[in-house]
Design a binder for this molecule. Structure first.
Ligand code: SF4
Length: 698
């Protein structure tokens, strides 16, 4: 019988509401949910093609051990036995989980609980490390918590929207549509795009600043110094709610105007124009995404931006604030359950003994991870050198997406025991698994996601599970039970897990922690099934309301004050005589991650059929490359061969290659094989931008 189900899009962090309709003949169609507050009925090309990606072609339908079909009991027994054996012989840090922002909150919660509370290691990290961990670190340094202060509506209410390191038009398309519609209604609204490439987003910009590689810290430091000298700072806010302003201002003043121009690659006139716009518009939102986060100085860049908003008190009020745009559909949910190696559940701090004790008592756990675990890049180094002997990878494809991807593949291949849970049978990572576990895909799985504006929404099932595919949380809980922790992993449904997660968020929370949804702690399955999208926090007993944070202070450092963080512009730029180009990686409009789903849609694949390199005409001339020639790009770590796309949108001396393609779709196209495994020292996020490479005609 035909039915309609309200769910959410599984792609980007905008978190659009989707209505999926299953017809009498089983055919699925989708449309935007007009009542969902993220998108009000809009969908982008990827979201509207969701129904085209649901066939079972290539699906992993049954558990496999060593390439042969196995039953669930045998596969789960083997996983539990090999993990237990490794822990007994080599300690808890000899095992690891590498999970994903594609997981639902319930999956993430169980993975984190099993690893940190019952195995006793924090060796659980996620591909969200590649996405926004620098924003998390910047938030925590400034606010004392990983809090996104504002909401999407702020982009519509602002008089000035600054987009830095964000190709919003392609990477968060529905939010871009909302911004473009607001600007069409109020043409006096200004948009500034800061990006070395003139992306589609720049088409609505009043100002495009083609910034030099890693020039963001200098740019925002210069802005802070300008705001002070022009008298635009809010001394009352600084005095009442912050600490560390003099040190941040001193650091921000380190570069004189010519040095600032040199560090940013912008003219002094361009800088002044931007600074005056920021100075004279009270309602400013600064959005930042991977161009800021994916850097060896990503956390400093985030704090340079936040410093400017704190100095002007432009935070947490309508149309004002710094705004981190998360890449993945549930990167925020992963943060909420502590799915990163340096976090604990419910935004608690793994470095604080009181927080560890609280979580351990709540879980009635036999242990708790005593220290931070290995972050993604370090985790795979530990796999490579044999410290990690059992690895479980869920819903992600690190052989394509991690930096120095060839080395990652070699590490996984050599690991004594690898489990992969996925919906597809033959990903670049799955082919190295000793045990393959079939997971549920979009439309089959059931749970919760949180989008970039702290909005929690249901993702609902409307299709039968194919073959013997099972939910990721169930797989983890079954292994936990087999490892001897049956009582702690007796959940019967995602609703049970969500209720536990909500209860933990309010457990002994006297307002010291931002993340609190304890109003949902008693939720039953009926209420869970009917749950409407809502923003956190929702503490027990409080009237549900949407809210911003920090307009009146109330930060989560012990003294209640925000911290200005003194940051310094990086001194050296990447690039040298042997590798003279700067490579930036990024997304295209119609594909998602490593294309395991969007690659199934002929319509989406028709937009850009193969990987390409954007190159400036003068650079193309220098290396004797014509449009559509094949180009070999090389770094000290690897090589890729892609098609030349000559365009003046690309800045000179820099290249852009999308990160989606893998060797299954095009020969030698894994661009992350070239990416240097350098990480931000604070966040551990890899620098997937600004890679020194050379290029030549192939
Ligand atoms: Fe999906 Fe993002 Fe597109 Fe919305 S904007 S439909 S969440 S991909």
């Amino acid at each position: 019988m035909a039915c309609e189900v309200k769910t959410t899009c599984p792609y980007c962090g905008v978190g659009c509401g989707v209505i999926a309709r299953v017809g009498d003949d089983g055919a699925v169609s989708v449309k935007g949910d007009p009542e969902h507050p993220a998108n009000f009925g809009r969908l982008c090309s990827k979201g509207s093609a969701l129904a085209e990606t649901l066939d079972l072609d290539g699906r992993l339908l049954y558990p496999e051990i060593g390439g042969r079909r196995a039953d669930w009991g045998e596969a789960l027994d083997l996983v539990a036995e090999r993990f237990s054996q490794s822990i007994a012989e080599h300690g808890p840090d000899s095992v690891a989980f590498y999970v994903s922002g594609q997981l639902l909150t319930e999956d993430y919660y169980i993975a984190n609980k099993l690893m940190k509370g019952f195995i006793g290691s924090a060796n659980i990290d996620t591909n969200s490390r590649l996405c926004m961990s620098s924003s998390v670190a910047g938030h925590r340094r400034a606010f004392g918590s990983d809090t996104v202060p504002g909401m999407y509506e702020d982009l519509e209410l602002a008089d000035l929207v600054v987009l830095t390191g964000s190709n919003l038009a392609w990477c968060h398309p529905v939010l871009y549509q909302r911004l473009a519609a607001a600007k069409a209604t109020r043409p006096e609204m200004k948009v500034v795009v800061i990006d070395p490439r003139r992306t589609m987003t720049a088409d609505i910009a009043d100002m495009h600043l083609a910034i030099a590689p890693d020039g963001d810290t200098a740019l925002f430091n210069g802005l802070l110094a300008h705001l002070v000298t022009s008298g635009a700072v809010d001394q009352n806010y600084i005095s009442a709610h912050t600490a560390g302003f003099p040190e941040a201002f001193a650091a921000a003043s380190a570069l004189d105007p010519p040095a600032l121009a040199n560090a940013t690659g912008l003219t002094q006139a361009e800088l002044l124009d931007f600074y005056r716009l920021f100075e004279t518009n009270e309602k400013v939102v600064t959005c930042y995404s991977q161009g800021v986060n994916q850097s060896a100085a990503g956390t400093d860049k985030v704090n340079a931006i936040i410093n400017c908003h704190l100095a002007t008190g432009r935070i947490g009020r309508p149309g004002m604030g710094p705004f981190s745009l998360t890449g993945q559909p549930n990167a925020m949910g992963g943060r909420e359950v502590g799915g990163l190696a340096n976090m604990l559940a419910a935004h608690m701090d793994i470095d604080k003994p009181l927080d560890r004790d609280l979580v351990q008592r709540f879980w009635a756990a036999p242990t708790i991870a005593p220290t931070q675990g290995l972050k993604a890049v370090d985790m795979f180094r530990a796999v490579a050198d044999g410290r990690i002997k059992a690895l479980w990878i869920m819903a992600t494809n690190p052989v394509v997406s991690l930096p120095d991807a060839d080395a990652v593949e070699a590490a996984i291949r050599a690991c004594p025991f690898v489990v992969v849970s996925d919906i597809l049978k033959e990903t670049d990572t799955a082919r190295h698994a000793h045990v393959l576990l079939p997971s549920l895909g979009w439309g089959e799985k059931d749970g919760i996601v949180t989008n970039s504006e702290r909005r929690i929404s249901r993702q609902r099932a409307f299709l039968e599970a194919p073959g013997e595919a099972r939910a990721d949380w169930w797989q983890l809980a079954e292994v936990g039970r087999r490892m001897g922790f049956a009582e702690a992993f007796g959940h019967a449904s995602p609703a049970d897990i969500f209720a536990e997660h909500a209860a933990l968020s309010g457990f002994e929370n006297d307002g010291r922690r931002d993340f609190d949804i304890s109003a949902l702690a008693e939720i039953d399955r009926t209420r869970y099934d009917a749950l409407e999208p809502f923003q956190w926090p929702q503490p027990k007993g409080a009237v549900p309301q949407e809210r911003r944070f920090f307009a009146g202070g109330g930060f989560y450092h012990p003294d209640g004050r925000a911290r200005f963080v003194p940051v310094h512009a990086p001194k050296a730029r990447p690039g040298n005589d042997a590798f003279p180009f700067i490579l930036n990686t990024g997304r295209v409009r119609d594909h998602w991650h490593t294309m395991t789903r969007t690659g199934k849609s002929a319509r989406l694949s028709g937009h850009l059929a193969e990987p390409f390199v954007e190159i400036h005409p003068r650079d193309a001339q220098k290396i004797a490359v014509s449009d559509a020639d094949l180009v070999m790009i090389q770094s000290p770590y690897g090589a890729a061969i892609v098609r030349a796309l000559i365009t003046e949108r690309q800045a000179e001396s820099s290249l852009f290659v999308p990160m989606h393609w893998n060797d299954q779709f095009a020969s030698k196209a894994r661009i992350d094989a070239l990416v240097t495994p350098v990480t931000d020292p604070v966040s551990g996020q890899p620098a997937s931008k600004n890679v020194a490479v050379r290029a030549s005609r192939f």
